[in-house]
Design a protein around this ligand. Structure first.
Ligand code: GDP
Length: 203
């Protein structure tokens, strides 16, 4: 069963001036490159008509917008922490992403994807700080749970929660491989949207 019925590609933005005009409420997805962001989005979208594009050359460096069931927008942010990307380019992405996060008035929350085995790393903590400072709800998703045996998984889950400097809107353990945790993630997304019914300038 899919969690939503339909997803349509809307737009891609390489530069601030390419951002589509704000429309339906947005939920952005962020994470270190290779953490499992594309797989998690694809697992959420399972059986919808659009397969979210993963690793298409060029698309990983821009912000991609997808309309979900004509009522919300998934925003796929560029992955961070690419070792091979020159610092100048990393700075450009950072500027694009931070400007998007701090100015987008229909942004209702950010899903941060981490690898459960690695937990919250420095880049993720920096993003959590940024969201906290801007009053943007964060949903933390620790994925690849299928890669850990029961005991290790329980321990890592506890450690991820304990390492957080602030409370998050939700902490979800999931696996794109098995599909576990995806309906909880979808619930966390829709609950966050409902909890922030007002646009940011009215909060
Ligand atoms: P992204 O760079 O964050 O978009 O990461 P990807 O979604 O491309 O995933 C990076 C690698 O991890 C790929 O080889 C995926 O197949 C693998 N992967 C992602 N999610 C999972 C998961 O839940 N379980 C397992 N076993 N592998 C995963």
């Amino acid at each position: 069963m899919s969690l939503f019925q339909n997803a349509t590609y809307l737009a891609s933005a390489h530069h601030l001036q390419d951002l589509p005009p704000p429309g339906e409420p947005e939920v952005a997805f962020a994470g270190r490159s290779n953490a499992g962001k594309s797989s998690a989005i694809n697992a959420l979208a399972k059986r919808t008509r659009l397969a979210f594009v993963s690793k298409t050359p060029g698309r990983t460096q821009q912000i991609n917008f997808f309309l979900i069931d004509a009522r919300l927008v998934f925003v796929d942010l560029p992955g961070y922490g690419f070792a091979r990307v020159p610092p100048r380019v990393q700075q450009q992405w950072k500027h694009l992403v931070e400007t998007y996060l701090s100015t987008r008035r229909n942004l209702r929350g950010v899903v941060i994807i981490v690898d459960l085995r690695r937990g919250v790393e420095a880049d993720d903590a920096q993003l959590l700080d940024y969201l906290h400072a801007h009053g943007i709800p964060a949903i933390l998703v620790a994925t690849k749970a299928d890669k850990l045996a029961y005991g290790a998984r329980q321990r890592r889950t506890r450690e991820v929660g304990e390492a957080l400097a602030y409370p998050v809107a939700a902490l979800t353990i999931c696996s794109a491989e098995s599909g576990e945790g995806m309906s909880e993630l979808w619930t966390a997304i829709t609950t966050t949207l409902e909890g922030t019914g007002l646009s940011r300038e009215h909060r």
